[in-house]
Every structure is written in structure tokens, then in C-alpha cells.
Design a protein around this ligand. Structure first.
Ligand code: ADE
Ligand code: ZN
Length: 335
């Protein structure tokens, strides 16, 4: 198959997305429209200027813009529109199931509570479910640059909404904020029946991946590409089959890898790790799920069976009930 044929084939397959920050899907046109609606002053005159600002040196330089961008999200309808736009994209990209992260503290710190964003998210999810059978779970992520006490308060505020939340996660500035800082709140989440994921080994060292596994008892590692630096960790991940939600365009935009041809996802897959492909923050990093697949097709010597394995891994790594998983895996094998 040519690269173009591989791209068409991947685009048509049913897929799962496991690492997507809803605030990172805020496109410049919606950002500008909401800034106008709420009279928020942005340092950009137009959409082109917003896009030009998306040149990042590292994770922190991105996060500064990402939190600033989120400040235009104010009312229930804004959160509905944000979620709805992403779900339309899922339909277009054949993403049949998505496990979507949201950062409550990005909003509660601005005085916007669960009673505003949760109904907005829920309305969009229910509409997509009714209109085309979209399947979705929500992952509530704690901001690791804030204190564990703030995460505990966030978990407390989420109590009335736990029926709509599948898992907790950990994101934001990784270096200097190791997983162990959140041991207690993850334990509390576990006791509430929530699944657990954490960003680790994106900019932080392999040691942080160990921390997420041991102190937070996570089901999946978000990113995890720096695991490769620790052979004992790689051996563990091969044996345990903890999934890694890898985000190729994010990693090159944030300079975890200088160029896509240096990306290690194919190496991780070939070693036998449970690697998956995801978009992270598609509006900021230049593409949605299919675009991430297209980028690795363009720049890595990846073959059809390896792409198939990555897609199959995402179904297996999801929190879907087993019977749904088996249904989808059967449909997938028909391709
Ligand atoms: N929040 C949104 N995207 C993130 C990323 N790639 N790493 C850490 N925190 C994030
Ligand atoms: Zn992320």
C-alpha cells in the first residue's frame, strides 16, 4: 500500500481516542467568537494571529496559552459548543468512542463551577449519542501545579456528577510535580470507584512513570514516551500491558522529539508495549486523531499491520465494558 492508501484506510476504520483535552480542542474561530460574546480582551486581532502564536518551546510555553485561551469559556452554552465541535469531529474521523479529559480547576479558579460546565458537556454528549450513537466517557483531570488539597476539593465538588465521570487524571506542568504529590486524592478517587490515568514521562523522567504506576495505581499512562530511558520500566510495561496514550503531533510541537522521524512510538509498539495514538490538544498542535496517524505514516516506516495494532490497542485500552469492546473488535476485524 502507498502512504496515501494507508491514510485512506486508517481514516475509514472505526477508532478510539483516549487522550484528548477538551479545552485543547478550542479552535481559534470559537475562541474569537466567545471573546466577542463575553467581551474578553485577547492579544490577537484575528484567527491568523492566534495560529501564529502557536509556536511552543516546551510544555510550559504551551500551557500558558492553553489556560489563557480557556478564559473565554464562561457559560453553559460555551461548554456545550466546545464539546459539540469535538464530537462532530469524532463523527468525521470515525472515532466511535472517546475518553475525554476536562480540567475543572481551569474553570473553578475563575469562578465557573461544575454546575456550568457539566450540563454543557452532558447536553452535547447526549445529543451525539442520540444522533449517531457516539460513545463517550469523561476523565476529570487534576492540575498538578496546584496543591493536592485543591485536587481533593475538586473531587469533593465533583461528587454530585460522579455518574458522568469514569476516571480521574493528572495533567499540567510535569517537571517538579511528581505523581507522589497526589497519592491521597487518587486513593480517594479509587475508593469512589473511579478509574485512574496520569500524564507521566512526557517531559518528566521514567521515574515519574514508576511513580504513577506505584503511588497512583493508574490503569494507563498518558504519553509515557520517556519510559524508553529505563530498561526495567520497559520490561515491566511489556509484561503488565499498561497502555501508553501516545500523542505524536503534541510531542513534536512541544519538542519532546525535534522531528517526527525521531518519534519512538513504532519502537515502543515493536517492543511489545500497549501503545495507542491520540491527539492531546488538537487545536494547538495542528491536528485531530486522523492527522496524528497521517503524521506517523508520513514520517515513520510504519506498515499496515502496525497501524492496525495501534488501533486495536486503543479499543483494548479503553474503559468500555467488555461486551462493547468485543463487539467493536469484531467489527474492526472485518476491515
Ligand atoms: N494539559 C493539556 N495538554 C497537556 C499535556 N500535553 N501535558 C500536560 N498537561 C496538559
Ligand atoms: Zn495531555
Amino acid at each position: 500500500m502507498t502512504k496515501n492508501e494507508l491514510k485512506h484506510w486508517v481514516a475509514a476504520l472505526p477508532k478510539v481516542e483516549l487522550h484528548l483535552h477538551i479545552e485543547g480542542s478550542l479552535e481559534p474561530d470559537l475562541m474569537m467568537a466567545l471573546a466577542g460574546k463575553h467581551q474578553v480582551k485577547l492579544p490577537y486581532a484575528n484567527i491568523e494571529e492566534v495560529k501564529k502564536a502557536y509556536n511552543f518551546e516546551d510544555l510550559q510555553s504551551f500551557l500558558d496559552l492553553y489556560y489563557f485561551g480557556a478564559s473565554v469559556l464562561k457559560d453553559e452554552d460555551d461548554f456545550y459548543q466546545l464539546m459539540w465541535n469535538y464530537l462532530l469531529r469524532c463523527k468525521q474521523d470515525n472515532v466511535v468512542h472517546a475518553e475525554i479529559m476536562f480540567d475543572p480547576q481551569t474553570h473553578t479558579e475563575r469562578g465557573i463551577g461544575f454546575d456550568i460546565f457539566m450540563p454543557g458537556f452532558k447536553r452535547a454528549i447526549q445529543q451525539a449519542q442520540q444522533e449517531w450513537g457516539q460513545s463517550c466517557f469523561l476523565i476529570m483531570s487534576f492540575l498538578r501545579h496546584l496543591t493536592e488539597q485543591s485536587a481533593i476539593e475538586t473531587l469533593d465538588s465533583a461528587r454530585p456528577y460522579l455518574d458522568d465521570i469514569t476516571a480521574v487524571g493528572l495533567d499540567s506542568s510535569e517537571l517538579g510535580n511528581p505523581p507522589e504529590k497526589f497519592t491521597q486524592v487518587f486513593k480517594m478517587a479509587q475508593e469512589l470507584g473511579l478509574k485512574r490515568v496520569a500524564h507521566a514521562g512526557e517531559e518528566g523522567p521514567a521515574e515519574y512513570v514508576w511513580g504513577a504506576l506505584k503511588a497512583l495505581d493508574v490503569h494507563r499512562i498518558d504519553h509515557g514516551v520517556r519510559s524508553i530511558e529505563d530498561p526495567k520500566l520497559i520490561a515491566f510495561l511489556i509484561q503488565s500491558q499498561h497502555p501508553l496514550t501516545v500523542c505524536p503531533l503534541s510531542n513534536t510541537k512541544l519538542k519532546v522529539f525535534e522531528h517526527m522521524h525521531q518519534h519512538n512510538v513504532l519502537e515502543l509498539l515493536e517492543l511489545g508495549l500497549m501503545a495507542t495514538i491520540n491527539a492531546d490538544d488538537p487545536s494547538y498542535f495542528g491536528g485531530y486523531l486522523n492527522d496524528n496517524f497521517f503524521a506517523i505514516i508520513d514520517h515513520l516506516p510504519i506498515e499496515k499491520h502496525q497501524l492496525y495494532q495501534l488501533i486495536k490497542n486503543s479499543f483494548n485500552a479503553s474503559f468500555m465494558p467488555t461486551e462493547h469492546k468485543l463487539d467493536w473488535l469484531e467489527k474492526l476485524s472485518a476491515y
